[in-house]
Design a protein around this ligand. Structure first.
Ligand code: CO
Length: 317
């Protein structure tokens, strides 16, 4: 019954998300519209001649991070993607304007937005591009990415074939697989009387329901495993109430985010009064933090790359 319920919720979220892709009118999209219409003026014609190999690329799209130490996550994905899809060129784009601006200011790094990256690929004559979302859930960032891809598809003389790969958890099979992988990422020395607590980002977007489904599945597999979010539900308070009920005195804290960036370092693991570690401590629970993003876990990266494979095979929208 629970499984059926979760499947219905997942299907609903993905359907709504896809329906939403066409009609999003956020400011980000407006900006992308301007960029795309600018791009159309100098898109060339890239029809391939007979016998020529098709120029193809995978565009990896992440939110981005300004934490230097978190770059290891991205390097790991690029390495694994390059190995698995060796006949594709690997490119990057970052959806967070705030992060792109910050890195340009602080480090002089010019990172591409998805529309900028697609424009460059079109200019360079790429004919097949798989846009692989490295987001965790199909939330607002993914909606915006869908809108950008939809526009790029409409450009006459642009990239002939563009497909989009789903984020990490966008269906029941992936949810089940990722829940198992996250449980396995807990340290082997963890006793079953100790909790493992995952910190997700959370969002106002309806895709936040995925975290609620995640908790339901976790609970089925391990009664002392919990997920909470920084900006949505479940909350840390929800987790603490359950820990108290289960008489938990010790917990391991692990980010459920692709990078162990600002949220993991400050909101989860720091000694600040309102960090998860401090709040747990104040509630009689000693917490040990593991600062490792999901993109550092090869088995989880495989899930993203499987989604990419699905997009390559044309089974994705
Ligand atoms: Co955030």
């Amino acid at each position: 019954m629970l499984k059926v319920l979760i499947m219905v919720v997942c299907a609903l979220i993905v359907n709504l998300s896809m329906a939403h892709c066409g009609g999003c009118k956020s400011t980000v999209v407006q900006e992308e519209v301007l960029m795309a219409s600018h791009a159309v003026s100098h898109y060339g014609s890239h029809a391939s001649k007979k016998g020529e190999t098709v120029k193809q690329a995978i565009l990896l799209v992440a939110f981005g991070t300004s934490e230097k130490s978190a770059q290891v996550s991205f390097e790991n994905i690029a390495k694994l993607a390059g190995k698995r899809f060796s006949n594709y060129e690997i490119r990057w784009a970052f959806t967070s304007k705030m992060i792109r601006k910050k890195l340009a200011r602080l480090e002089g790094k010019q990172l591409d937005s998805p529309s900028m990256a697609l424009e460059k690929l079109a200019d360079e004559g790429f004919e097949k591009v798989i846009v692989q979302s490295l987001h965790t859930i199909p939330g607002a960032e993914f909606d915006d990415l869908c809108a950008t891809v939809k526009l790029a598809k409409q450009q006459k003389g642009g990239i002939a074939h563009i497909a989009i790969g789903q984020p990490l958890v966008a269906n029941y099979a992936n949810l089940d697989r990722v829940v198992d992988l996250m449980l396995k990422s807990a340290p082997v020395e963890r006793k079953n009387t100790e909790a493992v607590i995952f910190m997700g980002h959370g969002t106002h977007h309806y895709a936040n329901l995925i975290y609620v489904a995640f908790q339901a599945l976790l609970n089925d597999k391990d009664k002392n495993a919990f997920i909470g979010t920084v900006e949505g539900n479940p909350t840390l308070d929800d987790i603490i109430a359950k820990c108290k009920k289960n008489n938990i005195k010790k917990a391991y804290l692990i980010p459920f985010m692709s990078v162990a960036g600002d949220h993991a370092k400050n909101d989860m693991a720091s000694d600040e009064d309102d960090s998860w570690k401090s709040v747990l401590k104040a509630n009689g629970i000693d917490a040990i933090s593991i600062l490792k993003g999901t993109a550092e876990n090869d088995k989880i990266v495989e899930v993203w790359l499987d989604n990419c494979q699905t997009a390559i095979e044309g089974n994705s929208h």
